[in-house]
Design a protein around this ligand. Structure first.
Ligand code: GRF
Length: 219
């Protein structure tokens, strides 16, 4: 049984998707804890109502990143995680924290990395005139929003989209892709080879979400 610790900052819809998939698909894993850096993170209530241990390490209580990360790592390690899952965790992490969880920490970022690291990714994609956009699950390395790619989801960008519409379309794919990627880790199917991630046995490490017919645009 593998221990998963999920870190959130807010809504926690990706965390929810992972919790549900873990239970419904009977993974060989348990969600050992959900930890937030904000006491008002909405996702904490969902976790607690599902009998999952929750904790808050409030970054505002620490003078700098290093002391926050050290305290956070101490709480995380109390749950002996095999994998740390960043699910909308909105903190930049120090190199020593990232190194400590090297090869056992995943993140989801709402863009097709290496395009659009950082914030406001949906607006960035719109401003750049992209015709497709998406999300990326990757192993975390010290460079922000960078690291070996486990899976990517792709959605169309539609005429008339604003950032909110695009974000909603991408988020729907995140809820399918992130649980799937975490499950691959739990099953011991992911191997790191430099920047590349191989999945054994192989299956598509991408999702194309094309709802053009539903949107009345034809194929
Ligand atoms: C998601 O779009 C995720 O890709 C990004 O932050 C958002 C978190 O949403 N890192 P939620 O908290 O999982 O609902």
């Amino acid at each position: 049984m593998k221990n998963l610790v999920i870190l959130i900052s807010g809504r926690g819809s990706n965390m929810e998707a992972i919790v549900r998939a873990c239970a419904h698909e009977a993974w060989g894993a348990r969600i050992a804890a959900v930890i937030a850096n904000r006491p008002d993170a909405a996702g904490l209530a969902f976790a607690a109502s599902h009998g999952i241990a929750t904790a808050v390490v409030d970054h505002r209580q620490f003078p700098d990143r290093a002391s926050f990360d050290a305290a956070l790592a101490q709480v995380i390690d109390g749950y002996a995680p095999d994998l740390v899952v960043l699910a909308g965790f909105m903190r930049v992490l120090t190199e020593s924290f990232v190194d400590h969880y090297s090869g056992r920490m995943l993140n989801i970022h709402p863009s097709l990395l290496p395009m659009f690291p950082g914030l406001k990714t949906h607006q960035q994609a719109l401003d750049a005139g992209c015709r497709v956009h998406g999300a990326t699950v990757h192993f975390v390395t010290p460079a922000l929003d960078h690291g070996p790619i486990v899976a990517q989801s792709v959605v169309p960008v539609r005429t008339g989209d604003d950032a909110a519409a695009l974000a909603a379309r991408v988020l729907e794919t995140e809820h399918v892709m992130y649980p799937r990627a975490v499950r691959w880790f739990v099953e011991g199917r992911l191997a790191l080879d430099g920047e590349r991630v191989t999945l054994t046995p192989a299956e598509p490490q991408w999702l194309f979400f094309d709802d053009s017919q539903a949107a009345g645009e034809g194929a």
